[in-house]
Design a protein around this ligand. Structure first.
Ligand code: GCB
Length: 611
């Protein structure tokens, strides 16, 4: 115990985050949820964190009563205390605070959360980990008055081991959540979505044996549909030279492997008669990983994904990506999406539209979405929140972007649905930005050579040629799929412009239109030229689709966007009222006319590409 305290002490003083790793496959482990009601305290001046000399209280040897993380109660009736969790109101976790409490709708700052709980281990030697699916944006975590560390980045998971700090009774878990936007953060100050604050994803305690299966990667080797490969790694004192068994009963695979001195073992299994995962056949195999007397299962699909010339090959067959962009928001509640039901709603709408693909914009979405996409047979683009004008020259910003990319890649590497890692969205061209993105892409390829890399880039006018559009971004050399956003008919002319535009893309790579679209208030009708009417948006879709047909390398699109979403940038009363209206579905769940235009086009593409 003493050792642990010293370790935490060092972490505390040096401010090091130990929350850099990602726990694999939490849904299938022995977990206890800490979801539910948490007491909260809004701390606008961060008085619970900084003392009156503006020194962090958690770095003081003797923090005073006002250090909220201590969660103290008055000792007697004279004791001075200026906060009290017990009599404070509650918020539901997971969830954002903005949609739960009117006073917090626009709030950007610090809120302290506290949960008390009892915990009894199944076995005295077992270990306990505390996992957060995501906290936006920065979380400082304290258990029973001790700081576990902090995590920065609002859309990726992190965990701490708490085995030696946990008590059987009356644990106090305090989280300082701060969603203040910062220039040097990822994302930066300026975005086009709601900055939902809070413990926005599931919180779990995970109980494992003292040495346990920590991580694994199981998928087909790049370009080899007959070889299942990857690794399994153990964590714990006994991890070296241990036997680990992997079985996939339906494929008659059953192997026992021995870990090396690091606790890791490579997997390479020849497999016959695999039923390959695809949108038409979302086949998932049950995989059992056994160590000691414990078995961990998962459901994994096997597929290959490659590009060849301008084709995207899924299981060696050309596909056309019938996509739609999605924010992690349930428009019906005007809140962050966080649960399985939300994933069912959003991906269900995408299916209805005829999609075989979704672009999860502009940051990693919750794991329910990925597991649901695996089950429903929807291909996925995952995106790093490198959005617009983050300070590309800032090395710390780079490290933050890289960390978030690694975290989502760690979490979702076993999901067959994920085929594209996207590095960024609409970033302005420059030397430093190129270097930044190149480094990110190199990191991604290094971690995972089986998936494709892209980024939502921007179109440009081809010089000297009126009405000719193309893309001339040096980052194109580093991606597998050339993706770009074009807003012809909305930010760039009126929809009729589409009829005049020529495309010139002299690149033999697949082209993907990551965004186009326009706003419409559902129920507002008018003429094709009446901006904000459903007819304007409908016409814009008809003309964009006709225009994009000209591009011979076109292999898909994900128009902007499935549903209306909240954004503080959208201030026009009556029409917008804080909503970006480019959705094909309103915040009430009603489909706009353009929905059916895209649906019709996707029917045609489905027939055409299934031949
Ligand atoms: C874009 C951005 C997206 C915005 C959209 C818009 O290009 O990538 O985040 O929401 O345009 O509605 O302007």
């Amino acid at each position: 115990m003493k050792k642990i305290l010293i370790l935490f002490g060092i972490l505390l003083l040096s401010g090091i985050s130990i929350a850099q790793n990602v726990f694999q496959n939490i849904p299938n482990r022995k977990t206890t949820t800490l979801n539910g009601k948490w007491h909260y305290i809004v701390d606008v001046y961060e008085s619970g964190y900084y003392n009156y000399r503006y020194e962090p209280r958690d770095q003081k040897e003797h923090p005073t009563n006002e250090a909220i993380f201590l969660d103290l109660k008055p000792n007697d009736r004279s004791d001075l205390h200026e906060y009290d969790f017990d009599t404070s109101p509650t918020l539901y976790v997971p969830g954002d605070w903005n949609s739960q409490e009117e006073n917090l709708f626009y709030y950007e700052g610090t809120v302290w959360y506290r949960k008390t709980f009892d915990y009894k281990k199944e076995n005295a030697t077992n270990r306990i980990f505390l996992n957060f699916g995501a906290v936006n944006y920065r979380a400082d975590i304290y258990l029973n008055g001790i700081k576990l560390g902090f995590h920065e980045g609002g859309f990726t998971p992190f965990y701490f081991e708490v085995t030696n700090l946990l008590k059987e009774k009356d644990n106090s878990l305090v989280v300082k959540v701060d969603n203040k936007r910062k220039k040097e953060a990822v994302p930066t100050l300026n975005t086009d979505w709601w900055n939902y604050g809070g413990i926005t994803r599931d919180v779990d305690l995970i109980e494992t044996q003292s040495t346990y299966i920590a991580d694994y990667s199981i998928q087909l080797q790049k370009g080899n549909a007959g070889l299942i490969e990857g690794y399994i790694s153990l964590n714990g004192d006994d991890k070296a030279n241990q036997q680990v068994a992997i079985s996939i009963p339906e494929l008659k695979i059953n192997q026992t492997l021995t870990t090396n001195s690091e606790g890791i073992v490579s997997v390479a299994i020849k497999a016959k008669n695999i039923s390959y995962w695809s949108p038409e056949n979302p086949k998932l195999y049950t995989i059992n990983l056994k160590y000691g007397n414990h078995t961990l299962n998962d459901k994994i699909g096997f597929r290959t994904i490659e590009v060849k010339g301008s084709d995207i090959l899924l299981n060696n067959k050309s596909v056309y990506l019938r996509g739609i962009s999605i924010h992690e928001e349930n428009p019906l509640g005007g809140r962050r999406a966080y649960c399985k039901e939300d994933a069912e709603l959003l991906l269900g709408w995408a299916k209805e539209l005829g999609c075989n693909f979704v672009r999860l914009a502009h940051y990693p979405h919750n794991e329910h979405m990925l597991r649901m996409a695996d089950e429903m047979g929807i291909l996925v683009w995952e995106e790093n929140p490198v959005y617009w004008t983050i300070p590309f020259e800032n090395h710390d910003t780079y490290l933050l972007a890289e960390k978030q990319l690694k975290e989502v890649m760690m979490r979702d590497k076993n999901r067959a649905s994920v085929i594209i890692w996207s590095m960024a969205n609409e970033t302005p061209r420059s030397e430093v930005r190129l270097e930044f993105l190149r480094n990110l892409a190199a990191t991604a390829r290094n971690l995972d050579n089986t998936r494709l890399i892209s980024a939502a880039l921007e179109k440009n006018r081809v010089e000297g040629k009126e009405n000719t559009l193309g893309i001339d971004d040096p980052f194109m050399d580093y991606v597998d799929i050339i993706s770009f956003n074009e807003y012809v008919g909305w930010y760039d002319g009126l929809p009729e412009k589409c009829e005049r535009v020529q495309w010139e893309i002299n690149y033999n790579k697949p082209v993907f239109i990551s965004e186009y679209g326009g706003g419409a208030l559902q129920g507002l009708h008018g003429d094709k030229l009446d901006r904000w009417s459903e007819e304007f948006q409908e016409d814009l879709y008809i003309k964009n689709i006709a225009m994009l047909r000209q591009i011979p390398q076109l292999r898909g699109m994900s128009p902007w966007i499935l549903a209306d979403f909240r954004s503080p940038r959208r201030m026009r009363p009556v029409i917008q009222d804080g909503w970006n209206r480019k959705g094909l579905i309103s915040e009430k769940g009603t489909k706009k006319k353009a929905f059916f235009v895209l649906q019709e086009y996707y029917k045609e593409m489905m027939d055409k590409w299934s031949k």
